[in-house]
Design a binder for this molecule. Structure first.
Ligand SMILES: [Zn+2]
Length: 169
């Protein structure tokens, strides 16, 4: 017998998702564009009569592959952050941690659709409202490299040939 994964309640009922077209649905991770069809869960939804939790299961490989293929920058960077943490590509220093945490915070606000993102960006960067609005306008589409650069971090470039002493006179 299936139990509620939250409260362990035993009163569980199947749930159908109803859309304007009738019964049936596709699930689409947030940040993958709005025109794309989603995919079906691996099993129907269920709900708990005691606490109201609704659940189902996706194939995690399908979920990951969908975001890899269709996700905008923000959605794909979220996966990278979940896998590697907010400091994944930054040095293990105070500055590295500060930048990683700052970008992570703005990312989370933008994912949540919060209007606080611009204000918080302005506070963190110490810039004018105009600049904050301009630089956060397309936050969902910015690459990780572009965000790091906004916070003053330019990853070390691979040394150019010019940087080496010529092997021959
Ligand atoms: Zn429950």
């Amino acid at each position: 017998m299936e139990r509620c994964p939250s409260c362990r309640g035993e009163k569980v009922v199947p749930i159908e998702v109803v859309t304007s077209q009738g019964i049936g649905y596709g699930l689409r991770p947030q940040g993958c564009g709005t025109s794309r069809a989603g995919f079906a869960p691996r099993e129907p939804f269920a709900s708990c009569l005691s606490c109201g939790l609704v659940w189902s299961h996706l194939d995690p490989a399908v979920l990951r592959a969908y975001i890899d293929e269709h996700g905008l920058e923000l959605a794909r960077q979220h996966i990278e952050e979940l896998d590697g943490g907010p400091f994944r590509d930054l040095p293990d220093t105070d500055v590295g941690h500060w930048i990683g945490a700052a970008i992570s915070e703005i990312d989370a606000l933008v994912r949540a659709g919060s209007s606080a993102a611009v204000r918080r960006y302005r506070e963190l960067r110490g810039v004018t409202w105009d600049q904050a609005i301009r630089e956060t306008r397309d936050w969902s589409g910015l690459t990780r490299g572009e965000k790091l650069e906004l916070f003053g971090w330019v990853p070390k470039k691979k040394p150019a040939l010019d940087d080496f002493d010529a092997p021959f006179p």
